[in-house]
Design a protein around this ligand. Structure first.
Ligand code: ZN
Length: 353
């Protein structure tokens, strides 16, 4: 069965791969930037075309250029707290019940602002947002490829320090095609020894070998994207056997040109082959999407049904980095609410479908 708005929006959801800096409200950017620079537009609505990748976007360069426009204005703890709080509200408005928010604190430092200021601010924003909007959150700290090793060490130190206070894991982000994971082995070995969960961006800009590196040498428990494992059937089977969840973000993959259109995306193939597929947003504002949109697109363009999507939502809960008790409660709550909504949809058939 296919299911679209409004019931689709109402269903309880989990998003494990969401970048804070790519999910800032355009109206907030307008608000922050209007007194600091000469903007190319007069209203928040007009800002969208400068922040959002156009529907024709099929290149990583064009996609990343969108960040250039506003990135310098995020370098402030106050701004980061605000956008973390607002992200909770936005996610909650489409009934995301659990959200893992990732960010690289080293990218927001400068002047007197150090990584810890940014981490504390984001955790504060998430904590207030969770309280006010009935959503559970966890922060993932991104160690960033292409930056100075002292930055990696500091991000790692903060992850260890805040692991029980809002941080739930580490990620390795940045340009995987230019900076291999080789240099990060020791750091992720330490995370593994400290029992801190790890996800690694791999198999998107770089090939399947980067996913192999992530699972074999960087102790990845999940893979951010990982879509290019389609290039090697044997390795794909290994990822399946290892039950490694893939954080799939289909619109992002299309906009950055990994696949030329939704219909070429392997999400349905992966799912049918039994891989642990999860559906996520990546960059809500820059992609101009939300999770409801991604749930709709996989049904409309990739041949999947709502039952498949709900199954993937369960995969997301299972793969979440939160503690076991939170996970158990979340699972019960989401299953119960999903059942209630789906029963209502069935009772209304066929109009609601
Ligand atoms: Zn990402």
């Amino acid at each position: 069965m296919k299911l679209f708005a409004p019931a689709l929006r109402a269903l309880p959801k989990v998003d494990l791969h969401c970048h804070l800096d790519g999910s800032v409200r355009t109206s907030t950017l307008f608000d922050i930037m209007k007194n600091k620079t000469k903007l190319p537009c007069d209203t928040a609505a007009e800002m969208r075309k400068y922040v959002e990748a156009p529907s024709t976007c099929r290149s990583l360069t064009e996609f990343l250029n969108k960040f250039e426009f506003f990135y310098p204005y995020l370098k402030s703890p106050q701004v980061m707290e605000r956008i973390a709080y607002e992200l909770c509200e936005d996610a909650s408005s489409e009934n995301i019940r659990y959200l893992e928010v990732r960010f690289a604190p080293c990218l927001q430092t400068g002047g007197v602002v150090v990584q810890e200021d940014i981490v504390k601010a984001v955790l504060e924003g998430l904590s207030k947002g969770s309280r006010d909007f009935n959503i559970k959150t966890g922060a993932i700290l991104c160690i960033y490829r292409g930056t100075d090793p002292s930055q990696w060490e500091e991000t790692y130190r903060l992850g260890e320090k805040y692991i029980s206070s809002g941080v739930v894991g580490f990620d390795l982000a940045g340009d995987e095609s230019r900076f291999s994971g080789e240099n990060f082995k020791d750091l992720f070995k330490k995370a593994f020894s400290a029992l801190i969960p790890v996800t690694i961006h791999a198999g998107e800009a770089a090939g399947w070998e980067s996913v192999k590196e992530a699972v074999d040498f960087l102790h990845a428990q999940r893979i951010g994207h990982g879509v290019r494992i389609f290039e090697n059937g044997f390795f794909l089977d290994r990822i399946k056997q290892m039950k490694i969840p893939l954080e799939i973000c289909i619109t992002s993959n299309v906009q950055t040109g990994v696949f030329k259109d939704y219909s070429f995306h392997p999400v349905a193939d992966f799912y049918r082959r039994g891989l642990r597929v999860t559906l996520n947003t990546d960059d809500r504002s820059v992609s101009g999407i939300d999770l409801t949109h991604e749930w709709k697109i996989v049904q409309q363009e990739c041949g999947l049904e709502i039952e498949d999507v709900l199954d993937m939502n369960m995969n997301s809960i299972e793969a979440a980095f939160c503690d076991a008790n939170t996970k158990k409660l979340l699972k019960e709550e989401i299953q119960k609410e999903t059942r209630r909504i789906m029963e209502k949809v069935s009772a209304q058939k066929p109009q609601a479908r």
